[in-house]
Design a protein around this ligand. Structure first.
Ligand code: ADP
Ligand code: MG
Length: 342
């Protein structure tokens, strides 16, 4: 076969393979877009575990009619324009791939109205070139992305989807992560027209604790210790459960780096070490922690789904986390020794 350029739709489907694994990945990408658009109210509606439909509405800035086709094109973004921007990223998105990828493996409709535009417009893409089509629509200020029949044209992907219940469980987890990442946002999640989660915007200590309890359970909130540590521009805060109240399976393990939830081996190691010998093998560290540092000190462009980061000064970050948590946990262990695990 001679060398030839791939049709746009196929190139986008290949890109989708990297980030869009299941309905929950769609929810993650779209809610992050809503956050980047400055929304403070986001509604997630799914049907049949997300395979039939995922619809995300927000009250963010919206997209101009003229920019709708670009929003659906690959490598098109409003968030960065040069390498320096990429190296100091503060938005959740920057790859300019999510909408194009999702549109290539589903029936996607993007409807939007910026506040300064009198009417709303709807866009979708068609064919091998993914040519954008536009039609007038009715919509309040903000954006709705409606994703139907995910993977209808990629049977290999569709085959890997699990039951509606399992897929919805993954979506629920994505929404929990966002809920813990941004207390100031009102978030609702419904499944098959039934409201399943409702997180009102939380400001102040009491409302924040309410949200923490909603997401992590009272057993966590009742015993977790709040901490706040700062070293120069690096700050760690959040809640950690003393060893005596850690659970047997690590279902509350949330670590955010500049607002993005991460699973990072270096950080996991620092946290585990902070418990020292108090934590038996049957129990897992239990925490909701937030690390903030200058965006130039961390590289988020490591993995397409952005689950990983690379710290420029990894050793220092590790030690800072360890030294921030260790005294807190040691103090708790002295006050309340760990009962034998059963
Ligand atoms: P990225 O988020 O990496 O920029 P996306 O494909 O997710 O790439 O989105 C492309 C562009 O579409 C964004 O840069 C943004 O300008 C616009 N966009 C997407 N979703 C929204 C939204 N909910 N509200 C406003 N603008 C949006
Ligand atoms: Mg995005």
């Amino acid at each position: 076969m001679p060398i030839h350029l791939l049709p746009v739709a196929l190139a986008n489907q290949i890109a989708a393979g990297e980030v869009i694994e299941r309905p929950a990945s769609v929810v993650k990408e779209l809610v992050e877009n809503s956050l980047d658009a400055g929304a403070d109210q986001i509604t997630v509606e799914v049907e049949q575990g997300g395979r039939r439909r995922i619809r995300i509405r927000d009250n963010g800035t919206g997209i101009d009619k003229a920019e709708l086709p670009l929003a659906l094109s690959r490598h098109a973004t409003s968030k960065i324009s040069c390498l320096a921007d990429l190296e100091a990223i503060m938005s959740m998105g920057f790859r300019g791939e999510a909408l194009a990828s999702i549109a290539s493996v589903s029936r996607l409709r993007l409807t939007s109205k910026p506040a300064n535009q009198s009417e709303a417009w709807e866009a979708w893409v068609e064919g091998r070139d993914m040519q954008a089509q536009l039609a007038p629509a009715s919509h309040p200020d903000g954006t709705t992305v409606d994703v139907q029949d995910l993977f209808f044209n990629t049977p290999a992907r569709r085959k890997f989807l699990r039951t509606d219940k399992t897929e919805f469980g993954h979506i629920d987890e994505v929404v929990r992560r966002i809920a813990l990442g941004r207390f100031d946002i009102r978030l609702n999640l419904s499944h098959n027209q039934k409201l399943i989660r409702s997180y009102p915007a939380a400001t102040g200590k009491e409302q924040s604790l309410n949200r923490l309890t909603k997401v992590c359970g009272a057993a966590f909130t009742d015993h977790a210790i709040y901490l706040e540590q700062q070293a120069g521009p690096v700050r760690l805060h959040g809640w950690i459960a003393p060893a005596a109240h850690c659970r047997h399976q690590g279902d509350v393990q949330y670590f955010y780096v500049n607002g993005r939830m991460m699973r990072d081996r270096l950080l996991a190691h620092a946290i585990r070490q902070a418990y020292a010998d108090e934590l038996s093998d049957e129990r897992s560290p239990t925490f909701v922690l937030y690390l903030e540092l200058p965006p130039t000190d961390v590289d988020v462009n490591v993995h397409p789904a952005k689950h990983e980061v690379r710290f420029h000064q990894a050793r220092q970050i590790h030690d800072f986390v360890l030294q921030s948590l260790r005294p807190v946990l040691a103090g708790a262990a002295r006050a309340e020794p760990v009962p034998a695990a059963h």
